[in-house]
Design a protein around this ligand. Sequence first.
Ligand SMILES: Nc1ncnc2c1ncn2[C@@H]1O[C@H](COP(=O)(O)OP(=O)(O)OP(=O)(O)O)[C@@H](O)[C@H]1O
Ligand SMILES: [Mg+2]
Length: 234
Amino acid sequence: MSSLLELQDVVFGYPSRPIVLDGVSLTLDEGERIALTGANGAGKSTILQLAVGLLRPHFGRVVAFGDERTSEADFQEVRRRMGLVFQDPDDQLFCPTVLEDVAFGPLNLGIPPDEARAVVDRTLETLALAHLRDRVTHQLSGGEKRLVSLATVLAMEPEVLLLDEPSNGLDEATTLRLVEILSGLPQAVIVVSHDAHFRRRIALREHRLVDGRLIDHVPRCPNAAPPEDRAAAE
Ligand SMILES: Nc1ncnc2c1ncn2[C@@H]1O[C@H](COP(=O)(O)OP(=O)(O)OP(=O)(O)O)[C@@H](O)[C@H]1O
Ligand SMILES: [Mg+2]
């Protein structure tokens, strides 16, 4: 079975800035759910953006769906099959209303308007967001925007989901619902999260980004660990 996504020894830094990723390797197989964690500014969001070609590595390879990806055309295909939910919902949502935002992806994929409308209704229903369908997007609360961001990506039915801090700012009940929804999805998932409980509920495998490299991170029960270890485990 070939992997859905492989980052091979990826090195990356932003212009005029120190190197952020110094040889990152990561493999995502079908049906897998992986969590990434690490300090603020470690480079987690950068990894997700490299995976879908919004950034390009200085060195190393991005292999998606069995092929090495280098050109914009390569990555356009990747982005149709791999949905990234941005850390900041304002980077994701750009239409006047929720309906238009969630319909945008399916329409862009060539789905006829009637069908796209049905996809929107189904997706919003799944996320218990039907009541937001006709709302003005920029008037939504932070948590509502985050869930609508997820809806815009789920509506395109990608084969892989890349989620950048999806539970950030969500209340407890909504976080639990998100866990249930994500756990029930057939897609492979990479989830970035600072919330150890959330990561543990979603993913079997965790990596921590330290000094530009991913290391395996063995989750431990926070209740059993002394406070200093507990802080390190987050
Ligand atoms: N467009 C940019 N230009 C220059 N530097 C950037 C840019 N975007 C991010 N950085 C820097 O690159 C580093 C990695 O950023 P990134 O957003 O990937 O971190 P992160 O691990 O996702 O952090 P957080 O947990 O705070 O979301 C940080 O030092 C950040 O300041
Ligand atoms: Mg980030």
